[in-house]
Design a protein around this ligand. Structure first.
Ligand code: NDP
Ligand code: 8X3
Length: 250
């Protein structure tokens, strides 16, 4: 089998970075994306021992930057077999009546519109080749709304709906489309959500949350199925979590 190429957004941290490591182990060529260049450089240096790595620094919510970045890919990285739409975060955890407009803009612009811009830049190459696999990282928050989660949950419900739409529209082209929806994963997610507040430190205490590697293994499982198998939608929790709001803590 010839070596595949994957583009991963949000590869500088958490689930995206773990997926980059998982894919490198399986010799998948990598296009790693994010805004923190230093981290991209460090990860590239580490993974170049295992596979070919190219990095792209852009903000997924800046549509011009998205298209410029994808268009800048060297010939050897232009054919993208696997797109992992992972970049995203929650910003704030406030009741709707006191929500912050800037937080709302960020969540919709990054989690929803950013995913669309990156997809729009890459899908034509997949439809032309009648081949490809798109994995969108949704969330349990895309299945179930929790108190104060309003806009983040809305953005992830949108990701789940867009994933279904993509699967329907891209079906004639043989392109696989998958949503992976994790519950609580111990990454930098809560540091971003709580903007450096100490509240972030309590989110993953008292139980064993999912680790980024747990999700990355499922992502690799999805991309390594036989040609006729597509995992449409995966909801995964750590054992302690039963729903968005029910987490058994020690
Ligand atoms: P992290 O904060 O650890 O990673 C987020 C990644 O997204 C970083 O690499 C960051 O890179 C990138 N990113 C954020 N904003 C932008 C932007 N505007 N442009 C480009 N890249 C951006 O969080 P996770 O790994 O946990 O999150 C990854 C995905 O998983 C998100 O979509 C999140 O919603 C989802 N998820 C997370 C869960 C959790 O509990 N942690 C559970 C379910 C889903 P950089 O800052 O370098 O740009
Ligand atoms: C991240 C999981 O429960 O913090 O999507 O929203 S949660």
């Amino acid at each position: 089998m010839s070596q595949k190429t994957a583009l991963i957004t949000g590869a500088t941290s958490g689930i995206g970075r773990a997926t980059a490591h998982q894919f490198a182990k399986h010799s998948i060529n990598l296009i790693l994306c994010g805004r923190r260049q230093e981290r991209l450089d460090t990860i590239k240096k580490a993974l170049s021992k295992q596979t070919n790595v190219h990095t792209l620094n852009f903000d997924v919510s800046d549509k011009v930057a998205v298209f410029d970045a994808i268009n800048s890919l060297p010939e050897t990285f232009k054919t993208i077999d696997i797109l992992i739409n992972n970049a995203g975060n929650a910003h704030g955890l406030d009741p709707i009546q006191s929500g912050n407009l800037e937080d709302w803009d960020k969540m919709m612009d990054i989690n929803v519109k950013g995913l669309l811009y990156v997809s729009k830049a890459i899908i034509p190459n997949m439809t032309e080749r009648k081949s490809g696999h798109i994995i969108n990282i949704g969330s349990s928050a895309g299945k179930e709304v929790y108190p104060n989660g309003n806009v983040y949950c809305g953005s992830k419900h949108a990701v789940v709906a867009i994933t279904e739409g993509m699967r329907i529209d891209l079906n004639p082209f043989g392109i696989k489309v998958t949503a992976i929806n994790p519950g609580l994963v111990e990454t930098e997610f809560s540091k971003v959500r709580f903007k450096g507040d100490a509240k972030a430190d309590t989110v993953y205490t008292g139980y064993k949350a999912l680790q980024a590697d747990d999700v990355a293994e499922v992502i690799y499982f999805a991309v390594s199925r036989p040609a006729h198998v597509n995992l449409a939608d995966v909801l995964m929790f750590c054992t302690a979590q039963a729903s968005s709001t029910i987490v058994k803590k020690e």
